[in-house]
Design a protein around this ligand. Structure first.
Ligand SMILES: [Cu+2]
Length: 131
């Protein structure tokens, strides 16, 4: 019985000892919440426009957006690096995107913007911009 009490007491002391650090335990969820809000709030005004690069494909292959939308390409591969190359626009090309890296381009004018991957020209995609 006394052992239990000792345990209880020491547990309680440990809890007391942690009290000053309590904000740290709150910090993680708060940070997560603010990060989520930071991601979600901008998306509420404009549709999220993301092209994922995985398994040697641009997904979605055809993305329809409204003028003024910023498209983000994100490389989700484990090893391959890719680029986003607009051949019909003076070979406008992103940097090589290594796994986890992103490229962004804002499309202000309506039109059809086909692109390929520089190192893998068989990878094709299109951004269609229309009201
Ligand atoms: Cu590629």
């Amino acid at each position: 019985m006394s052992t239990l009490r000792d345990n209880w007491a020491s547990t309680r002391q440990q809890r007391r000892g942690r009290t000053p650090h309590a904000p740290r335990f709150l910090a993680a969820p708060l940070l997560m919440a603010s990060l989520c809000l930071g991601v979600i709030l901008p998306a509420a005004g404009a549709e999220p426009a993301e092209v994922v690069i995985e398994k040697m494909l641009f997904v979605p292959q055809v993305l329809r957006i409204k003028p003024g939308t910023t498209v983000t390409w994100v490389n989700r591969e484990k090893r391959n690096n890719h680029s986003v190359l607009f051949e019909q626009e003076n070979m406008l090309e992103s940097d090589r995107l290594f796994p986890g890296e992103t490229y962004q381009r804002t499309f202000d004018k309506p039109g059809r913007y086909p692109y390929i991957c520089g190192p893998h020209p068989e990878m094709v995609g299109v951004i269609e911009v229309a009201e």
